[in-house]
Design a binder for this molecule. Structure first.
Ligand code: ADP
Ligand code: ADP
Ligand code: MG
Length: 596
């Protein structure tokens, strides 16, 4: 079975001279296989296409994909957005009474799956006449869709995009107004969450004045407060700090059970692991097709994902497997001091930041970890020379700096034009392999930066940042909008580039797996969000994470097969043992026997 897709945003038949049409060998023998459709975009007949791939290679914009799939897949097609458009095969299962986690590449159909599960999107089965309940005969999804249609299942949705005025909540201006359509019982639950999560101060605030993290929490509170049987939550941890992520996860878990279920899409692997009872992996080619794996138990599902192989599906996800046994290990080749800093102070409005002293060494990555609003960005801006300290001096003067800000501004340039700035690095084999190829930047080359998705923009911004020749790299929240795979790739790219450039990097992020697997040392930020912050001196990764976890009252063990950190259940034997011994974050090396 052949799947031919055309990315209509990339296809530009007015400029390219339509090589896809002229060079198609089937066209040449007189059978209409590739042509320009009414919308001016290339169209491909999947039945007559022989899969030679000539059009794929001839298209200057990389708009065409031709993929061969096993024939039985055609029976699994559940939705197609249009002719030669993205195709979704199958759906993740919903195990009743459990949290069903979903991991997967961006653009592989996770949000589409969520929309089908919520009833928001009526699947078209690629134009075939099929009934949803027939389609899922023999699966748990058959009763699911039966009950959804008859109104026996009520769903509550937290979409991926928050704060969109077209979403539920409509034109509400304040948090209070947003919550006003909850009924009495729901409002009671919302009030319980609001108190528990210490969000009461936000009730009178205008929605457009909330920070991303605040808006995420409020949107989640509303979705969880609804009386429903299934809670469909798309990417809850975006904009949240580690502490908020784990609290949000806990609140989702508390809502599930006694017949209530949840489906959660999440890219923070530690959060997903903590949240889920089952995990399904949505794999495929971003923008082309997606397929949902069966439901695996959480530990197996995540380990299979990291190993890059799904046994039940007999499917390889990538070359090579990923593990985390070297997390927290001391690097031997960390070199001389690049710069040091004396204590600094800065007041911004009602917020006060103090820092302890510290040093940054050649070839090392320093992670910055702490709650939202404790001054991480302010600290990085002081190092970047963009914010003048009130006490102390900018310690990086005279050094070459490269800064990736937290908020990215899309500019009206192509990726190729923007990358001109780092053309010297583009000639380095190492940079090309470790950054450009690893992050898939070449594929975006002809695109306008203002048309990129959040994740694509992030990858270009990181590639630019790492492409500049500098002594100090300042990288603020690179994991935002990225999928798990991309996060791990970015971490590796940062690590390798810093090492090869003999430079030093400061990395702010809230994804603990990315942070711990990338960093050589860690600065912990203490303090009260929005009021004051204290940047501690750099500590060893294990000590840093340990003190952070101690403050938030969470312990983590390590998975024996992959070395990845896992959050212990509160009150479990391990949790109590680790709290008693003070080892909130457990160290392991490969081969250690760690209880799972
Ligand atoms: P994910 O949530 O896994 O990132 P989505 O389900 O949002 O992925 O999207 C999967 C693919 O479907 C994307 O490549 C996107 O281009 C395509 N797509 C999403 N919505 C539409 C739509 N309304 N029309 C056409 N294509 C769409
Ligand atoms: P973090 O990066 O840890 O989330 P930030 O450094 O961005 O924290 O911000 C810390 C606090 O300082 C926040 O409460 C923020 O609102 C406040 N702040 C940042 N910049 C300014 C400014 N220019 N004027 C007033 N307050 C500011
Ligand atoms: Mg999505």
């Amino acid at each position: 079975m052949r799947l031919a897709t055309v990315d209509d945003d990339l296809c530009n038949s007015k400029l390219c001279g339509i090589p896809c049409v002229t060079f198609c060998p089937v066209n040449r023998i007189g059978s209409k296989t590739v042509w320009i459709g009414e919308n001016g975009k290339s169209r491909i007949n999947e039945t007559t296409c022989i899969g030679c791939g000539i059009c794929v290679h001839k298209c200057p914009y990389g708009a065409i994909s031709i993929i061969n799939l096993a024939d039985y897949w055609s029976k699994k097609l559940i939705h197609r957005y249009g002719e030669n458009a993205f195709a979704l095969y199958g759906l993740p299962e919903v195990k009743v009474g459990f949290v069903n986690g979903i991991i997967g590449r961006n653009g592989a159909g996770k949000s589409t799956s969520m929309k089908i599960l919520s009833g928001q999107l009526k699947p078209n089965f690629g134009g075939n006449q099929v009934d949803l309940t027939d389609f899922f005969k023999g699966s748990e999804l058959k009763p699911y869709f039966g009950n959804l249609a008859s109104g026996k299942i009520r769903v509550s949705v937290k979409s991926q995009i928050i704060g969109d005025s077209t979403e539920e909540g409509g034109t509400a201006e304040t948090v209070e107004a947003l919550l006003s359509d909850l009924d009495e019982k729901e409002r009671k639950y919302a009030d319980f969450l609001i108190s528990d999560l210490q969000l009461r101060d936000l009730l009178q605030r205008r929605l457009d004045q909330l920070s991303g993290g605040e808006l995420q929490m409020i949107t989640l509170v509303k979705a969880l407060s609804r009386e429903a049987d299934v809670y469909l939550i798309d990417e809850p941890s975006s904009y949240l700090d580690v502490f908020q992520r784990l609290t949000a996860a806990k609140k989702i878990r508390e809502r599930v059970g006694n017949g209530k279920s949840s489906v959660v899409v999440e890219h923070d692997l530690i959060v997903l692991d903590y949240l889920s009872d089952y995990v399904s992996i949505v794999y495929g080619t971003p923008g082309v097709f997606g397929m949902a794996s069966k439901s695996y138990g959480t530990r197996n599902g995540i380990n299979n994902f990291l190993r890059g192989y799904l046994p039940e599906e007999n499917t390889k996800l990538r070359e090579g497997s990923i593990d985390f046994f070297d997390v927290g290990l001391e690097k031997e080749d960390v070199g001389k001091v690049v710069f040091g800093w004396a204590p600094m102070k800065k007041t911004l409005g009602n917020f006060q930041l103090s820092t302890e002293e510290g040093e940054a060494k050649e070839g090392s990555v320093i992670a910055l970890l702490g709650r939202n609003g404790t001054g991480k960005t302010t600290f990085v801006k002081m190092l970047a020379g963009l914010v003048e300290p009130d006490q102390g001096v900018v310690p990086t003067s005279g050094l070459r700096l490269s800064y990736k800000p937290q908020m990215l501004k899309p500019i009206n340039k192509t990726v190729a034009e923007a990358m001109e700035e780092v053309k010297d690095s583009m000639r380095e084999e190492f940079y090309k392999t470790e950054v450009i190829d690893s992050l898939g930047i070449e594929r975006l080359w002809a695109r306008n930066i203002s048309s990129l998705s959040g994740g694509e923009l992030q990858k270009v911004a990181v590639a630019l940042c790492l492409g500049r020749a500098a002594d100090v790299y300042l990288i603020d929240e690179p994991s935002a909008f990225l999928d798990v795979e991309e996060r791990l790739r970015i971490g590796k790219a940062i690590k390798r580039m810093i090492s090869s450039r003999r430079a030093t990097a400061f990395l702010v992020d809230h994804d603990l797996l990315l942070l711990t697997s990338t960093a050589d040392s860690m600065i912990i930020f203490k303090g009260e969000s929005g009021k004051n912050g204290l940047a501690k001196r750099p500590a060893k990764v294990l000590d840093g994470v340990n003190s952070f976890l101690k403050e938030v009252g969470i312990t983590m063990r390590r998975d024996p097969e992959t070395g990845r950190p896992r959050v212990n259940k509160e009150g479990s034997i391990l949790d109590r043992q680790q709290k008693a011994s003070g080892a909130f974050f457990m160290a392991v090396t490969r081969g250690d026997q760690v209880e799972s």
